[in-house]
Ligand binder design. Structure first.
Ligand code: XIL
Length: 373
């Protein structure tokens, strides 16, 4: 009897300790509603800090590469492809049974200049650019065929006022460059989902332009599964209302929605966009929380995160994935953008890789939400 009691106690202790390591996670709580993703860097893929690598593997159901699959790193010169990092990244996601997203095929930033010029440095003809796009897209999508669930095919083709960005792609090929990119991606992997991705999708003029693009792509017979809303947010903008309006418009256009690069900056900002070439001068006033975030500001940030997350859950019939742009506050790109050298707190894990208390609230919200799919 005594031995039995002791064994039972030991069993209970073991169970209790495993429960701690198998804590509730966003990945589990959002299962069946949407994927919960995270953008990861190569240090994390390479396991430089095992704590981070474990958190990524356990707390998220999807991954996207923060940089290594972009045009410049994969295709730095016309006849040179570099796959080492992207290969490792895709294998990492597979090893952890996570959904892998490809980011991104055609973008005006982080792309080799060679793409647009000939040997004498002049703009190439529309035919040459189209062929280079085809080669790039076929190579990248073809390499990971069947392993990457979906691609951000075109990133950031619009200005906030809804006009086309005057990128080199647009200057040389006109707006049809978008259609070509979707066609090539579909040819390279007919089973892959295809997305259009942008920031400030909540801005009405920009959202309307994206909806129009979706209609035109569908009319041209192109596959487009979802619009990715980057969702680089601030403390006030975008408002919850503007965000919901953009969801309604996209849903009505017959596409699904992905929250692709979610972060909520706690800092004052001179700029609401996410064009990575934007840059502003550092000042102490713009970097107020070097010694920590005051409780009232933290409360406001928590509320903002919960309000937005509640909206994502409310639309989980069409929101397929919510991806945060980075694991922890130490690694966020916002420490360097749009002002270098600041200390921001936009993510779900802190600088010591501790999960923020708001995540427990998010998990409870997700658990209460009925599965809609
Ligand atoms: C950012 C990365 O986070 C940085 O590490 C890099 O230096 C610049 O790009 N929109 C996008 C992302 O689609 O690819 C960008 O990522 C952030 C804005």
């Amino acid at each position: 009897m005594k031995t039995r009691t002791i064994s039972a106690i030991i069993a209970m202790i073991i169970l209790a300790s495993t429960n701690v390591s198998a804590r509730e996670t966003l990945a589990k709580a959002t299962k069946g509603k949407f994927l919960m993703g995270v953008a990861i860097n190569m240090q994390q893929v390479n396991g430089v800090n095992p704590v981070e690598t474990d958190l990524i593997a356990n707390e998220f159901s999807a991954v996207v590469a923060e940089n290594c699959m972009k045009p410049q790193p994969t295709h730095p010169q016309e006849n040179k492809y570099v796959w080492d990092d992207a290969d490792k990244f895709v294998a990492f996601g597979e090893k952890n049974k996570q959904t892998v997203t490809g980011h991104c095929l055609i973008w005006h930033s982080q792309i080799g200049r060679w793409m647009f010029v000939n040997d004498s440095g002049k703009d190439v003809s529309p035919e040459v650019l189209k062929e280079r796009m085809r080669q790039h897209i076929y190579a990248v999508v073809g390499r990971y065929k069947g392993r990457v669930k979906g691609w951000d095919v075109v990133n950031e083709a619009f200005e906030d006022n809804g006009t086309y960005r005057k990128s080199k792609f647009y200057q040389i090929l006109g707006k049809d460059f978008i259609k070509y990119a979707f066609q090539f991606a579909h040819e390279a992997d007919p089973n892959a989902e295809l997305y259009y991705n942008d920031y400030n999708v909540e801005t009405p003029a920009k959202c309307d332009a994206i909806v129009q693009l979706v209609k035109e792509l569908k009319a041209a017979g192109c596959r487009i599964d979802a619009v990715g809303s980057q969702s680089h947010m601030h403390m006030v903008n975008p408002t919850l209302e503007a965000t919901e309006t953009s969801f309604k418009k996209l849903k009505a256009a017959g596409v699904h929605i992905l929250i692709t690069e979610w972060d909520v900056s706690i800092l004052p900002s001179p700029y609401d966009g996410a064009n990575i070439s934007a840059s502003f001068k550092y000042s102490k006033e713009m970097d107020p929380y070097r010694d920590g975030v005051p409780a009232d500001v933290q409360q406001k940030w928590n509320k903002r995160v919960l309000d937005m997350f509640g909206l994502f859950l409310k639309y989980s019939d069409v929101v397929d994935r919510v991806t945060v742009w980075g694991l922890n506050d130490a690694g966020t790109w916002l420490n360097g953008f749009p002002i270098r050298g600041r200390m921001d707190y936009p993510l779900l894990f802190d600088r010591k890789n501790q999960r923020k208390s708001v995540v427990d609230e998010m998990i409870k919200m997700a658990q209460k939400t009925k599965v809609k799919k």
